[in-house]
Design a protein around this ligand. Structure first.
Ligand SMILES: [Zn+2]
Length: 138
């Protein structure tokens, strides 16, 4: 049974299919489109969206001392790389320092302690100092 569809709906579904299954699938879709397939597909889309929403809103709370951080469970890799020493960190402990000082915990210990004001004003260690600190951390 063929049914007429709103062209906007079809375009949107084609785009979604192309993204999920690749462009070739869109051709098949044009030729063999049936209402029950659309229903099935829309159900899938809805499920995918529900799952994604659930995922993106699941938050994690971290408490360091008296500071509470709410962290989204899905974070960009960039957020986890210290801008100072370029170390990639999985440590939750580093999140606090990343938020407050834009560096990891080790950099905080090595470069920030005792000179927070200068640090917040944008003062950063020399490249040699960072290299030296990195060697010492290993
Ligand atoms: Zn660092």
């Amino acid at each position: 049974m063929k049914t007429r569809k709103d062209p906007n709906t079809i375009a949107a579904i084609e785009k979604a299919i192309a993204e999920k299954y690749g462009k070739d699938t869109v051709q098949d879709f044009r030729n063999e489109w049936e209402e029950n397939k659309e229903k099935e597909y829309l159900t899938q889309l809805k499920e995918m969206r529900t799952r994604r929403d659930k995922f993106s809103t699941s938050k994690e709370e971290i408490v360091v001392g008296d500071v509470k951080i709410t962290k989204r469970s899905c974070r960009q890799k960039d957020d986890r790389t210290c801008p100072v020493c370029k170390t990639y960190s999985f440590s939750r402990k580093d999140d606090l320092y990343m938020n407050r000082f834009k560096c990891c915990h080790d950099c905080y210990i090595d470069f920030v302690v005792g000179r927070e004001q200068a640090w917040k004003a944008g003062d950063r260690p020399l490249h040699e100092h960072i290299e030296y600190a990195l060697r010492r951390r290993k």
